[in-house]
Design a protein around this ligand. Structure first.
Ligand SMILES: Nc1ncnc2c1ncn2[C@@H]1O[C@H](COP(=O)(O)OP(=O)(O)OP(=O)(O)O)[C@@H](O)[C@H]1O
Length: 315
């Protein structure tokens, strides 16, 4: 649905985005994750045709954003980081104005606006001046303008910044719902947000894409080993040696003794080897009961930190 090919944007000598390529499939909710200043807004602004790229191309449903801007933009609803709201208009006046610029048929506007307002829950606010709305409601009006014309693709840039926790939950829920009928790109620097809402992630660091995969693959795929945490009732030296002798085990470390007579171990094994059965059998033979055994997957947070550490990336 969206194809981003070798996109770069340079300001003077500095790359805001460098050689970024990724695709967004029809119907998916893609998370575009990066720290502040990583190049998210720049990428979103290029995809939506707000600014031009220095190099590379973007196509939306086969239409090049640069060569066929009207056609490409017709498919996109965009909520930029700063929603383009007119503070002295009422919600109705503003959405009417957006209908006008998006060429929504006059006869259909009333019903279309009512439907959108219902969806983003601003029906009671339609006669209010936008400047008098709370930040959360202003953001909903921003979402509403993105939905005008019923575009297939919705792009949200940091949609929950500045909202209170209740508003954040509501906006995320709304985006999830919209994802059922639209292709969505959600740009954010908030890890739990994209983890909660998105099926697949593209991670950008210092202008470069450093990873793109499903959440599950990202948490599984990056490390070369799998780790287990164990608490065993038994003598440290014997248990450590027995664990170390298990095929596939690379490393064993005793990390503490939290209960009398027990020892806590972290065991690192080859990535594709599930050593749990062997650990169980070995400990059973030695009559050293396992009190806990837990796989230690890398969290998305670990991965994000690993991928976006200060030494990585360009510039
Ligand atoms: N018009 C501009 N002129 C010069 N540099 C710019 C311009 N716009 C962005 N940059 C730089 O490009 C880099 C990427 O900025 P961008 O706004 O895309 O990041 P971001 O990931 O959206 O961050 P944030 O979440 O803080 O908005 C930053 O270093 C920024 O200072």
């Amino acid at each position: 649905m969206i194809q981003i090919d070798h996109l770069s944007k340079r300001y003077g000598e500095k790359y805001a985005v460098k050689d970024a390529s990724f695709t967004v499939e029809k119907g998916e909710i893609l998370g575009f994750l990066g720290r502040n200043g990583a190049g998210k807004s720049t990428t979103m602004n290029i995809i939506t045709g707000y600014i031009s790229a220095t190099e590379g191309s973007v196509s939306i449903d086969g239409h090049d954003v640069l060569k066929e801007p009207q056609e490409a933009k017709r498919h996109i609803g965009y909520l930029p980081e700063q929603p383009p709201l007119y503070m002295d208009m009422t919600v109705d006046e503003y959405l009417g104005f957006v209908c006008e610029i998006k060429s929504v048929e006059r006869s259909k506007r009333k019903a279309h606006m009512a439907e959108i307002c219902e969806l983003v829950k601003i029906s009671d606010m339609r006669k209010r001046l936008i400047k008098n709305l709370s930040k959360g409601y202003k953001q909903r009006v921003g979402l509403a303008q993105a939905l005008v014309g019923n575009p297939e693709v919705l792009i949200f840039d940091e949609p929950t910044v500045g909202l209170d926790p209740k508003q954040i939950i509501e906006i995320r829920k709304l985006i999830k719902n919209l994802g059922e009928k639209h292709t969505v790109i959600l740009s954010s620097h908030i890890l739990p947000e994209v983890a909660d809402v998105c099926e697949r992630l593209v991670i950008i660091n210092k202008g470069e894409i450093v990873a793109q995969d499903t959440l599950a693959n990202l948490t599984r795929g990056i490390s070369e080993s799998s780790r287990l945490s164990l608490r065993v009732l038994g003598a440290e030296k014997e248990v450590r040696k027995a664990l170390y002798d298990i095929t596939g085990v690379r490393y064993v470390e005793m990390v503490g003794s939290m209960e009398p007579g027990t020892h806590d171990f972290i065991l690192e094994a080859d990535k594709d080897t599930d050593v749990r059965k062997m650990v169980f059998n070995t400990m059973a033979r030695m009559n050293t009961p396992i009190l806990t055994m837990r796989p230690m997957d890398m969290t998305l947070e670990d991965i994000f930190l690993q991928l976006t550490n200060e030494d990585k990336g360009a510039n």
